[in-house]
Each structure stands twice: as structure tokens, then as C-alpha cells.
Design a protein. Structure first.
Length: 333
């Protein structure tokens, strides 16, 4: 079986390519490297000892995407490629809607023309919006509070409507919670350019000394220690969840929205202290005002992924931090 992974040079995409190759799939990557590097493809090959064909293509170039499907055969597609910075999407809505939605439309058109109708889509817990009770369950109504989040809601709707036109389509809408960590080799991981928006890569830069201290966005939430609570999931658990979702999609039809999360809430300070244990250093933080748009707490109800895919998370917070630190400390400077 041969799988095309769009955004396969990115953080979650590259880890998923490793799991796919280790599960016996052939893998090709389609990436424009706007937020990643060809070096990640080489690292995937180094980790697995297997070749990966990489297409440097932008999904906004429909003819280039169609050419990939004319030249190569795929049994399925895992679609990660997209812009994903929540704050940036607020200041650049047109770019986010164009890039994420037109890119997904072009991919679906090329897939339909090639009669490739198995698609696993990288969605996000952000589609549960600000009003649903926790833990989040797949059948809850979706909404968003940022253009980035709306692109995920809209692409889920587009894919649902596409599947309704042809029973041959098999589409998985995987809703991730907070992916963190890195492959145990330390060869691939999360390496955002500049000042990270997300919590763990920010703490990682405090641990390397590139940043002086962690700003804890809010210490007065109605949570056990007053800081924000999220459902962190090791990126390798997430990658393995994608392989299980693909196996299911290859043997079923229709559309399934599925949470990929641990089902456990962890606070900012709990993760911060776990990172101190992982790096063996005492790190600095300051309690600062809340970040606009943040919810106090959310985590997944993970039962559907267990029932459908026989999958659940296996790696704990300490291994998330240890694996993140191994990657970060070996890529310092
Ligand atoms: C986690 C917690 C912050 C940074 C975002 C996107 C979501 C998804 C994952 C794409 C919160 C606190 C953070 C910092 C802090 N991305 N924090 N200091 O906001 O849950 O989700 O990333 O799909 O769509 O919204 O993740 O890591 O930014 O924040 O105190 O410097 O850490 O307040 O409680 P978030 P995050």
C-alpha cells in the first residue's frame, strides 16, 4: 500500500511517516516547505532505513497536484498540509482561508480524478469551539473562535458533503488535542521558527537558555492550580493513531470524526515541572495575565478511538518532556 502524506515534512506529518513506514506502508511526501524542511524527509529515511519520495509542491497549484496523481499511484492520503498559527490567522484571515481551504479543495479534486477516495484529515480539537462541555465528544456541535479554527470546521463540512456524493469515499476527521514531544531518536521533533506560540516548545527554549522564563498565561483559572488545563498527547502516540485510522479507512467507507487525545487534563505548571525533571534544571516562570481567546480547560473523551481503532495513548507526560528535551538539546543554537 502506498500513501501520500501532505505536509509530511512537518511536525506531526514527519512522525506519522515514520509510523507508516514502520507499519509496512510505502510513503510519498508532498510539501511546499513553507513551515518545514527537506531535512525532515532525510531524517525519516535515516530513522526507518526506507526511501521516501518527496514532491515539492504547493497545494494551491492545482496542475502540480494533479501531475503528482498522474505520475504516482496512492491507495490513500493523509492530509496535514496547512497553516496552523491561531494568532496569525486572526491578522491574516484571507491567507488562511485561501491556503487551507483552496489547498484542500485542490487535493480532493485531484484525488477524485485519480479515483483515490481514502482520506485521513488532520483536524483539531479547536473545532469544539468555546461552548461545549468537557470532555469533548465527537457528536458535539462544531464552531470556532479564529479563522484557523474556522478553516478546520469548514474543511470538515466540505469533506462530509463530498462523501455524501459517492459512497466509495472513506474519510477520517481526526481531531487532535495538544501534540507534544518528539521521536525517541531525537532526529525529528517540533522546531518552530522564532518565538514559539505553544507551551512545550516555549518551555524547551527556556530550558536551552534562549528564552529567560516562561510566561504563564493566567494563574487564576478555576482549575486545580489556577493554570490552564489541556490534553497533551505524545506525537508518536498521535502518529500511531493515524496508522490505525488509515487501516480503518482502508477497510470501511463513509465519514468518521474521531478524537485523538489521552482523555487526561494536565495544567501548565504540571507540564512545566515535568519539563524541569526531564532537563534536570530549575527553570523560571512568571504568572502573567490570561491570553485572549484561551479556554480555562479542555480534554478529550477518547472512547471512540478505542472502540473504532483499538487505539489509545501509551506515553506519559514525563516521556513527552524527555523526548522533547532530547530533540531540543541536540538541535540547540
Ligand atoms: C496550552 C496552554 C496556554 C504558551 C493551540 C491551538 C490549537 C492547536 C494546539 C493546532 C494554555 C498556556 C501557552 C505560553 C502559557 N494547534 N501557555 N504560556 O492554545 O491549547 O492550542 O495549539 O491545531 O488549535 O489553539 O496550545 O500550547 O498555545 O497553550 O501559559 O507561552 O499553555 O494558556 O493554557 P492551545 P498552547
Amino acid at each position: 500500500m502506498r500513501i501520500l502524506v501532505t505536509g509530511g515534512a512537518g511536525f506531526i506529518g514527519s512522525h506519522t511517516c515514520v509510523s507508516l513506514l514502520e507499519s509496512g506502508y510505502e510513503v510519498a511526501v508532498l510539501d511546499n516547505y513553507v513551515n518545514s524542511s527537506p531535512a525532515a524527509v532525510a531524517a525519516i529515511e535515516q530513522i526507518t532505513g526506507k526511501k521516501v519520495l518527496a514532491y515539492e509542491v504547493d497545494l494551491l497549484d492545482l496542475e502540480a497536484v494533479q501531475a503528482v496523481f498522474q505520475k504516482d499511484h496512492f491507495d490513500g492520503v493523509i492530509h496535514f498540509a496547512g497553516l496552523k498559527a491561531v494568532g496569525e490567522s486572526v491578522s491574516k484571515p484571507l491567507e488562511y482561508y485561501h491556503n487551507n481551504i483552496t489547498g484542500s479543495l485542490n487535493l480532493c479534486r485531484a484525488m477524485r480524478e485519480a479515483d483515490c477516495k481514502v482520506l485521513v484529515f488532520s483536524s483539531s480539537a479547536t473545532v469544539y469551539g468555546p461552548v461545549n462541555p468537557i470532555p469533548y465528544v465527537e457528536g458535539m456541535p462544531t464552531s470556532a473562535t479564529s479563522p484557523y479554527g474556522w478553516t478546520k470546521v469548514m474543511i470538515e463540512q466540505m469533506l462530509t458533503d463530498l462523501a455524501a456524493t459517492d459512497p466509495a469515499w472513506s474519510i477520517s476527521l481526526l481531531r487532535y488535542f495538544n501534540p507534544v514531544g518528539a521521536h525517541e531518536s531525537g532526529l525529528i521533533g517540533e522546531a518552530p521558527n522564532g518565538i514559539p506560540n505553544n507551551l512545550m516548545p516555549y518551555i524547551a527554549k527556556v530550558a536551552t537558555g534562549e528564552l529567560p522564563y516562561l510566561r504563564v498565561f493566567g494563574g487564576d483559572y478555576d482549575t486545580p492550580d489556577g493554570t490552564g488545563v489541556r490534553d497533551y498527547i505524545h506525537v508518536m502516540d498521535l502518529a500511531e493513531g493515524h496508522v490505525k485510522a488509515l487501516e480503518y479507512a482502508l477497510s470501511h467507507t463513509g465519514v468518521e470524526a474521531v478524537n485523538l487525545g489521552s482523555g487526561k487534563g494536565t495544567s501548565v505548571l504540571e507540564l512545566f515541572h515535568a519539563y524541569e525533571r526531564a532537563c534536570g534544571k530549575e527553570l523560571a516562570y512568571q504568572i502573567c495575565p490570561r491570553r485572549a481567546g484561551d479556554l480555562p480547560a479542555f480534554w478529550a473523551d477518547p472512547r471512540k478511538a478505542e472502540a473504532l481503532y483499538h487505539w489509545h495513548t501509551t506515553r506519559d507526560l514525563d516521556s513527552m518532556c524527555r523526548d522533547s528535551w532530547r530533540f531540543t538539546s541536540s538541535h540547540m543554537g
